[in-house]
Design a protein around this ligand. Structure first.
Ligand SMILES: [Zn+2]
Ligand SMILES: [Zn+2]
Ligand SMILES: [Zn+2]
Length: 261
């Protein structure tokens, strides 16, 4: 269990976890069915979106695509539960727009992948996006049945959880596997990943090595951009520590003491 928590923390970072927690709180508030519940629903939702922005700062625009898919396929799912022709036609149009946004997102990502020359397989990513789309439909159609007949919101609740997880995965994958091109900020050449393990525990950390300039490159803890491992960040000017803190055990060691893997 602790390993799973550590794994998620390492992969997602604090803001990514914050986004999931706030989305879940927002979902819980929406189930209360009261006015304060609705206020909390919007409040936690806004906090979650702010966390999404902070966690996936380089790909947050794709979050807008996801919101578009959610709104249109959700509206489609909602309208298609009604049986008058006007709402059925409206539902079909919403579904078509939702599919269109989905396909244009896929098209853009394939294009970006070509440019950044990343070779990571997209299968799981496609699947997550499809799951996101299907469950947005399911969620809002269940919500519609609840509005009409006060049926329990089990499918809605489950679908929203699936939507939150798949949405976060879609953005995480784009940021970590597709858009992040590891290029030296000084020499503009491809960097080699230099994975090392903490001298105090078995936690690992990824550094970068620039072959051309023969320097270590790290992620600035303040602006998250790649910078020289030196006195201060070349982008935001933040003072950098000589020692690198382990995210697993919290101890600090000079880079040279970290064990090469
Ligand atoms: Zn360099
Ligand atoms: Zn910085
Ligand atoms: Zn450690």
């Amino acid at each position: 269990m602790m390993n799973a928590v550590r794994f998620i923390r390492e992969k997602l970072g604090g803001y990514g976890i914050g986004a999931i927690v706030f989305f879940l709180l927002s979902l819980y508030s929406s189930l209360l069915g009261t006015l304060p519940g609705m206020v909390l629903w919007i409040f936690f939702g806004a906090l979650a979106l702010a966390c999404i922005y902070a966690a996936f700062h380089s790909v947050w625009r794709y979050g807008l695509w996801l919101i578009g898919i959610y709104v249109f396929s959700g509206a489609g799912g909602y309208l298609l539960t009604h049986h008058d022709s006007v709402r059925l036609v409206g539902g079909m149009i919403c579904e078509i727009i939702g599919v269109f946004i989905l396909l244009s997102l896929i098209y853009r990502v394939i294009d970006m992948r070509k440019k950044t020359k990343h070779k990571h397989p997209l299968g799981l990513w496609f699947l997550s996006l499809l799951i996101f789309f299907v469950f947005a439909n399911l969620s809002l159609s269940d919500w519609s049945y609840w509005l009409m007949d006060k049926t329990p919101l089990y499918i809605y609740t489950f679908s929203e959880i699936v939507i939150i997880c798949s949405g976060v995965y879609v953005l995480w994958f784009l940021q970590e596997k597709i858009s992040a091109r590891n290029v030296c900020p000084v020499c503009d050449c491809e960097l080699r990943v230099d994975k090392r393990s903490c001298p105090s525990c078995d936690g690992t950390e990824s550094f970068f090595w620039c072959k051309k300039g023969e320097h270590h490159i790290i992620k600035c803890p303040s602006c998250n951009k790649l910078t020289l491992h030196g006195k201060k960040c070349i982008h935001c000017g933040r003072k950098l520590k000589k020692r690198v803190e382990c995210r697993s055990c919290g101890s600090e060691h000079p880079l040279a003491e970290w064990i090469r893997l």
